[in-house]
Design a protein around this ligand. Structure first.
Ligand code: ATP
Ligand code: MG
Length: 685
């Protein structure tokens, strides 16, 4: 036996790492070393138990978490031992499984992954409405059904209200449409593999033989479908370790269910349950505040959490006059604190409830020339120019992807108009073909004028030539040697004259910044294709995953981290600034509070507050050494100033007097004055 394992583990952690007698659940509060157990266990399996990398799969919640875990494992074991190891999100594993087993799932290996906008577009078409609220509601309902493993038949049976019946009807057509496009949506990336493993014994056996040990982080946020996938991958041997914290379950709105925690001991009577109670992350004060908040929630599992770190500095709560003032003060305080503590930018994080809060903070940070990165925003991949370029790539990879066809065929404008596309669409529907395939049909010639047809064919042939260069081969043939993705990308952009299109259709400044984004995308794609040896086809699917929760920021530069509370899960920062800690924002109150049955509404409100409280708990427990909260007395909403109250969660932290700790001398100064003072001091030295 080796001596590598026990280092840096307390007795229950060690027990969890060494336990290989069957399924194992580590249930523990924030910062107690659950993720550490996973990385150490991977090292143990590789180094001491003779497991091969390719037989171990570890699942995490975000790409970033997966990357961090991967790096940790690489520092623990020799590179050659970790070869073939899978550390990924559920979705990335789903893509891999689907790509390898595409045939069995009725897909081709280059199936498309639709983003939320495309999916929304399809739902919109099917519902024939532009009412955003209704569209979102239907899409959300379908998504929840998928996450609960229901197919259209199941959904129809489960539907009760008229709007659910409508959603079930849309679900059926939506599923058929996706199938016709050879496309899947995000939810399918889990659902389809789970189905496949369930129904196809050959596939199931293959994967169960491959996955000899499975580890799952953040288990509390899995949904029914993900749990099913875990069960199917591990089979009767049930060799897995799951770690989680019911107090950090924050994805119920996406179909995650804490039931999965409760079910585990029932489904696996031999389950080994291990609790961790020592927190290694936060100073006493922060931990105490976190514990006080979460105590108000009903308990699923009893847990104690203690820390033997120092008492720590007081937690600071600052009321602000407005969002602008809050953003400005936060930037100033960070700047001053970094200077005072001789810290680095990356020691700081700003946490907020909603993506839209980031813009004003960004502005304030930029004003002070503070470097920052944003996680959890979808901004980059949602940008029109990025989606334009990706539409081409998707179409090249999968010419049955009709949404990609329409976007690419019309951007930049090349004389293919709405009328032409409608005729084409009708023809394709009659003949049960993709738009792309329909372009080459003789039958189309009678329906379109020669000039319209010509334009379509020029476009489709252009795409075809790139497909060949990308190694697509003739239909049905295996891909042959491909040109490097980078070369193809450059040629593609030049051929469609995308840069010129930008300058033709908008002012110089926005055109310039959009072109910069495109260049950023292509250089990132090139790097990825070189580093990971991905073909253009694989790249396209890879990109779709990155869009899901975060943008693919690779290394950690020295920059302040801005992140939503949701995206901060599992991470830790020395100094945390939580902004907008006020009623209405945290707890968040959606406009569309459940109407109708008041009892149901009250229940949903109560459980919603509980989930928001867990989110607060997650936020507080990200902080290692200092924690600063702020809230705005007024906040601007649709050109109206709303009067705001501090979040109930602040009261619940039980800070007492500790919340007015700034000493008189510095409090009298504005943050700006204080910063200037500090800078002056620096110059003197
Ligand atoms: P979260 O619930 O937020 O995901 P977690 O339970 O996964 O937290 P980790 O991130 O694994 O906790 O650990 C928190 C911090 O404590 C990390 O910096 C980790 O390195 C450290 N840590 C964990 N276990 C020990 C230990 N036995 N000795 C020293 N430090 C530890
Ligand atoms: Mg963790």
């Amino acid at each position: 036996m080796s001596n590598s394992v026990p280092a840096g583990l307390n007795p229950p952690q060690r027990e969890a790492v060494l336990y290989l007698g069957g399924p194992c659940l580590v249930l523990a509060g924030a910062g107690s070393g659950k993720t550490r157990v996973i990385t150490q266990k991977i090292a143990y399996l590789l180094q001491d138990c003779g497991y091969q990398g390719r037989n171990i799969v570890a699942l995490t919640f975000t790409n970033k978490a997966a990357r961090e875990m991967d790096e940790r494992v690489k520092t623990l074991v020799e590179r050659k031992l970790s070869k073939g190891l899978t550390i990924s999100t559920f979705h990335a594993l789903g893509v891999r499984l689907l790509r390898e087993e595409a045939r069995h799932a009725g897909l081709k290996p280059q199936f498309s992954i639709l983003d939320a906008d495309d999916a929304m577009g399809i739902v919109q078409e099917l519902l024939a409405t532009t009412d955003k609220g209704r569209l979102r509601a239907v899409q959300q309902t379908i998504s929840l059904w998928k996450n609960a493993l229901l197919d259209p038949d199941g959904a129809e049976k489960a539907a009760v209200t008229p709007s659910e019946f409508e959603a079930a009807r849309v679900y059926r057509s939506y599923a058929a449409t996706l199938a016709a496009y050879q496309a899947v949506d995000f939810d399918d990336l889990i659902l389809v593999p789970a189905r496949l493993l369930e129904t196809n014994e050959e596939v199931r056996t293959r994967w169960q033989n491959r996955v000899r040990y499975l580890l799952v982080d953040e288990y509390q946020d899995t949904n029914v479908c993900q749990y099913r996938l875990v069960q199917l991958l591990t089979g009767d041997r049930a060799m897995f370790t799951a770690v989680g914290d019911d107090d950090q379950a924050i994805y119920a709105w996406r179909g995650a269910t804490i039931e999965n925690l409760a079910r585990l001991p029932k489904d696996y009577p031999s389950l080994k349950l291990i609790k961790l109670e020592q927190n290694y992350r936060s100073v006493q004060r922060i931990l105490a505040a976190a514990n006080q908040v979460i105590e108000r929630n009903p308990k699923l599992f009893e847990k104690k959490l203690w820390s033997d770190l120092a008492h720590g500095e007081p937690i600071v709560v600052t009321p602000m006059d407005s969002e602008e003032a809050e953003a400005e003060a936060t930037a100033m305080k960070i700047s001053a604190s970094r200077f005072e503590r001789q810290a680095q930018w990356k020691d700081y994080a700003i946490l907020y409830r909603s993506n839209h809060q980031s813009r004003i903070l960004e502005q304030a940070l930029r004003n002070l020339k503070i470097p920052y990165t944003i996680a959890g925003g979808q901004s980059f991949f949602d940008k029109a120019e990025i989606r334009d370029v990706l539409a081409y790539l998707r179409l090249i990879a999968n010419d049955e992807d009709d949404p990609a066809f329409i976007r690419a065929a019309t951007t930049p404008k090349r004389g293919i108009g709405q009328a032409t596309l409608q005729t084409l669409g009708q023809y394709a529907a009659d003949r049960q073909l993709s738009l792309f395939a329909a372009v080459f049909e003789h039958g189309l010639e009678t329906r379109l004028q020669a000039r319209q047809l010509e334009q379509l064919r020029v476009f489709a042939e252009f795409i075809q030539r790139i497909q060949w260069r990308a190694g697509r081969g003739k239909a049905g043939e295996k891909p042959t040697s491909a040109e490097p993705a980078g070369v193809i990308l450059d040629d593609l952009l030049a051929a469609i004259q995308y840069e010129r299109h930008l300058y033709d259709t908008m002012e110089e400044k926005p055109a310039q910044s959009r072109w910069q984004n495109v260049l950023e995308l292509t250089s990132w794609l090139k790097r990825k294709s070189e580093e990971d040896g991905l073909t253009l086809f694989e790249l396209v699917q890879h990109v779709a995953l990155v869009t899901m929760l975060e943008r693919g920021e690779e290394e950690t530069p020295d920059a302040v981290k801005m992140t939503t509370l949701h995206a901060s899960k599992g991470l830790e920062y020395p100094h945390v600034y939580m902004v907008g800690v006020e009623e209405g924002l945290l707890p968040h109150m959606g406009k569309d509070e459940e109407e109708g049955d008041p009892a149901k509404a009250a229940e949903s409100l109560a459980s919603r507050i509980e989930e928001e409280r867990r989110l607060m708990y997650v936020g507080i427990t990200r902080a290692q050494r200092t924690l600063n909260l702020s809230w705005c007395k007024k906040r601007r909403r649709a050109r109206e100033d709303l009067v705001r109250e501090p979040s109930r969660f602040i009261e619940e932290m039980g800070l007492g007097d500790a919340r007015f700790p700034e000493d008189e001398a510095t409090r009298a100064m504005s943050p700006k004055e204080r910063l200037d003072m500090l800078k002056a001091l620096l110059k003197k030295n």
